[in-house]
Design a protein around this ligand. Structure first.
Ligand SMILES: Nc1nc2c(ncn2[C@@H]2O[C@H](COP(=O)(O)OP(=O)(O)O)[C@@H](O)[C@H]2O)c(=O)[nH]1
Ligand SMILES: [Mg+2]
Length: 270
């Protein structure tokens, strides 16, 4: 019988992970906020995020502001917020690339659940607990926000909508992915899964997310999807043509990955 990557088999249900047992005072969630030249949004949005987590998140958390190479006031604002708000830290890398920032933030964290959220807060924060709860309970290995599944409510321009849908159709046609939205800036992963997959992820920019998810599916891991309420921020740092070309190169590279790395190998060893 041919198995779809990432889909559970009726004959051999995957053993699920144990629920996390939070250690007193230690962050359960490390939420990275990648930033590049975000001096306008950074302070109000990190304050809003911090307040939201303080009031709604039932476990200790950490927010990691992850900046690469910003040339405006972003690093100063990040350092000030880290000094002022409990549970907020900042890190700075020289080389650009959102994937690079996420890798650095996640690799340096001891929290059992790692996540990220774009600083523009396009995703309604009410989806945060539904994103991470299945990872805390041990139900899922990774979790993604999706704007392309039933239940999502999305406000964005026609151009972004078409590009997003075409990209995800392309992923289904070429790499046979099962997830619905590779690019939503709202994702979470259990730390042991990140420790296993990140060394295999080569991209350090926008294809990082797709590569992580494709590798997860090929490893038979469970990806939980949360339909989000999304209001697009038209202020984008994405160069659409350059990113599309990089995505095509990324897809071609993953198609060349040896077939033996595909298929279901069960959850990552803890
Ligand atoms: N650390 C880091 N963050 C970045 C970089 N480029 C973009 N970002 C952040 O990634 C997030 C998404 O970027 P954005 O321009 O809103 O992309 P869009 O929503 O797809 O148009 C924002 O939080 C940006 O500040 C980068 O090179 N490094
Ligand atoms: Mg944005």
């Amino acid at each position: 019988m041919k198995l779809r990557p990432g889909r559970a088999s009726a004959q051999a249900p995957a053993p699920r992970r144990a629920p996390l047992s939070p250690q007193a005072g230690e962050p359960v969630l490390d939420l990275a906020v990648p930033v590049f030249n975000e001096e306008k949004d950074l302070e109000p949005n990190v304050r809003r995020l911090h307040t939201h987590l303080r009031h709604t998140f039932p476990y200790p958390f950490r927010i990691t502001i992850a900046d690469n190479a910003s040339t405006d006031g972003t690093p100063h604002i990040a350092a000030r917020l880290a000094g002022e708000l409990p549970g907020v830290v900042s890190l700075r890398l020289k080389e650009k690339g959102r994937g690079r920032a996420l890798r650095a933030a996640w690799t340096g964290s001891g929290a059992p659940v790692l996540a990220y959220l774009d600083v523009d807060l396009s995703t309604e924060l009410a989806a945060l607990l539904p994103l991470v709860a299945p990872l805390i309970s041990g139900h899922s290995d990774l979790a993604i926000g999706t704007r392309l599944a039933p239940g999502a409510r999305v406000v964005r321009g026609a151009k972004r909508e078409v590009i997003s849908r075409c990209y995800n159709v392309l992923l289904r046609c070429t790499l046979a992915v099962g997830f619905s939205d590779a690019q939503c800036g709202f994702k979470a992963v259990r730390r042991e899964v990140a420790e296993r997959l990140l060394p295999q992820v080569r991209d350090g920019e926008w294809f990082f997310d797709t590569e992580l998810l494709v590798l997860a599916e090929r490893a038979g891991l469970r990806i939980h999807e949360v339909p989000v309420d999304w209001v697009d921020d038209p202020d984008s740092s994405v160069d659409i043509v350059a990113t599309a070309l990089a995505d095509l190169r990324g897809i071609a590279r993953m198609l060349r990955t040896p077939a033996r790395r595909r298929g279901r190998t069960g959850p990552a060893a803890s």
